[in-house]
Design a protein around this ligand. Sequence first.
Ligand code: TYD
Ligand code: MG
Length: 466
Amino acid sequence: MAKTRTKYVCQQCAHESPGYYGRCPNCGSWGTMVETVEASRPTAAAGSRSAPTRAESPSSVTRLSDISSDGEQRIPVAIDEFSRVLGGGMVPGSLVLVGGDPGIGKSTLLLQVSTLHSSLQGRVLYVSAEESPQQIKLRAERLRVIPDDLLVLGETDMGQILAHIDTVQPSMVVIDSIQTVFVPELQSAAGSVGQVRECTSRLMQFAKRSGIPVMIVGHVTKEGTIAGPRVLEHMVDAVLYLEGDRYHQYRVLRAVKNRFGSTDEVGVFEMTDGGMQEVSNPSQAFLQERSGNASGSAVAVPLEGSRPILIEVQALTTATSFGNPRRTATGFDLNRLQMLIAVLQQRVGYSLGTHDVFINVVGGLRVGEPAVDLGVIAAVGSSHAGKPVDRHTVFIGEVGLSGELRSVSQLDRRLNEAQKLGFKRAIIPSTAYRGPTDRLSGIEVVRVSTAREAIEAGFTPSGRSV
Ligand code: TYD
Ligand code: MG
């Protein structure tokens, strides 16, 4: 019987202490230390400094060159966008965390993955600790697929779950969600840091021992502070986040950690009546509702993973009626927006100090790449000047503090994507490497060196020389 001990863990920074503090001694947040009961293992736990004795440790030292790389083997996933984010399929014995806000579509997506996986690889066990098996059935009916090999288990006790997995011997396990399962040895409630960590570590041991891939669902608040995925991120092999605005139909699946692949691939889905549909041409999807010649709209080309995606940035500037001007950004970093507004004020000469500025990346996508700067500048500039930006023009470039434009990576791919979608002109930094742009045909490339020139060029209709 494992001995249990009590400790206090900060929900903000996961700092642990043997005694209670009203204020976390590590990160300084108030009221975040929560009592956690955790089973202490006699064996060397992760992070333990005590060296294991020879009897406990059957490990051996191996030459790197002697290790075979069979680990590369992957189980195909029938949903391409999902497979892409995982790095080209599921790795046997991997533990993957799928996080996201409540209601974003995690259960729907994993039910779809399970369904397809069971028809290709055999039995999948979907453990629903949150919803009843009847609710899962209703969801599956909405998805219009009821496969024979999809087994559902409504259980919250981790011991029972593992026992069932042993009997069923599935090809994949889904735990929905990690915040609702518990181990009875711990006195803390399901969802507490201790429970979440213990349940995950048991699943990890199971996955590694059996070679069966396990997907776990984790809820996260906007700040990621609840005893959820943040404490798990260190423990699992891959962390995927399903993002998007629940009031918009698009969802982006993004890898923030992946021990078996790159972390900069994204999968784009659309939430429909019949579940999550893959969006294989995201640029077209994000631009489809673009209106005619309104001011305050510009198209930028961020790179999501290895894929360029065209997005519409909308901006609205209005005179501040009271107090400090407001700046609001949806889908874009607010600090970056503040910086770009300062550039517009100081380097371009727009008097935005007395104006509220709102920007929105259409479609619910979040973009963080500096290459979008120029699109944001063009949208804000256009709204402030009350002049529409040419509809067939895209903006690519990073903006520096002195209003100068900087080159961005993989320019040719971005330009190709713009050209594919029918754009006639691209405004890019003059410093950009000439090689790729010289070979392009069908899209006019305008090189400018400052934010001011870029905005002016954007107002000129394409087809007319600037
Ligand atoms: P869900 O997968 O339950 O979200 P999560 O597990 O992340 O909490 O999905 C939540 C929303 O998705 C819910 O509001 C209903 C909607 N939905 C659809 O629009 N179409 C569908 O086919 C399904 C199954 C759900
Ligand atoms: Mg759910």
